[in-house]
Design a protein around this ligand. Sequence first.
Ligand code: NAD
Ligand code: DAU
Length: 341
Amino acid sequence: MRLLVTGGCGFIGTNFIYHMLGTNPDVEIVNVDKLTYAGNKANMIPLEQSEEGKRYAFCRADIADMDAMRAIIAEHKPDAVVNFAAESHVDRSIHDPSPFVTTNVLGVQTLMTAAMDAGIERFVHISTDEVYGTLAPDAPAFTEGHPLEPNSPYSASKASADLFVRSFWKTYGYPAVITRCSNNYGPWQFPEKLIPLMITLAEQDKPLPIYGDGMQVRDWIYVTDHCRGVEMALKAGRPGAVYNFGGNAEKANLDVVRAILSAMGKPDDLISYVKDRPGHDRRYAMDYSLAKDELGFEPLYDFERGLAETLAWYTDHRAWRDSVQSGEYRSFMDDWYGERR
Ligand code: NAD
Ligand code: DAU
């Protein structure tokens, strides 16, 4: 099977490519990535130097560029598309929603049109639990039938893309599949997201910024469990279906940060409460029983094991962390956290 994977130089895409090439000897991958601030081509150097790297190719391109998408598909003739490419950070979407519309909405419509016109029968679109909005503390977890109630420009753009994917199935019979997952963590996550940011700051004994009261709840999933779920959806997903994935690990942000500090032997007084994120969702939780029943999906990692492996990876990859924190990254972080003090 030849796959076209988009956004493969970002966090989850990188993990997915390593996972798929490492566990499927018959899979070849073409990675299409625009290399935004969040994309790092160097993630693939160990792969390119390995035996599996012979089944891997890279194209720098924008999924919103129709000519480029048509040309790449004509050249590589993939059997399936897995779309991870996105603007993915909620805080950046609050700062400036425009690139979120361009990539997450127009980009998905463009890529899907190019794939459909070329007769590619498998298209997996990676979405998020954030499209469902927020849950009360005692409400049941999100099912796939929950209304779409996005609260940030990021989640609005992801929900819009999901509606386009749905409409392509209903209108043209294009057999795309949507996956919606909860918060991922693990190797190669960009240090603007909660867990890698807190590890990076704690290591330097800098204050750890907690938004609001820190009691917002996320359902944490180790990234390779998400990758396994995407693989199942790719191989066995029902055309037109939506599948939720979760990690069985609902935790308040404050507890996550305390667990990081404790594992690193750092004091709790590094915690610093800052102004809340506008429109901040209070709680996410995923009911993944459909994926369990239809695909056999079940997360394998518990949070303690996942966090220990993540901490070990970040400790061993300081050079990677330094290399991805570009000037653009630093100026966004200075602006955003400067406003929150
Ligand atoms: P990321 O920000 O780490 O990586 C995104 C990648 O997409 C980068 O390599 C970037 O260069 C690339 N990209 C951005 N715009 C592009 C464009 N126009 N054309 C081609 N490439 C482009 O994101 P991530 O955390 O790996 O998330 C991947 C996908 O999974 C996203 O669709 C996101 O919405 C979804 N998701 C993420 C999480 C999470 O916890 N991180 C959870 C659920 C779903
Ligand atoms: O739920 C899935 C989503 O998870 C994905 O769709 C998004 O792409 C991904 O970025 C993530 O979104 P969140 O907003 O939940 O993740 P983030 O790591 O930005 O924040 C996690 C929680 O921690 C959230 O409640 C905000 C809080 N937080 C975050 C940062 C960066 C803080 O309290 N302080 C911080 O400095």
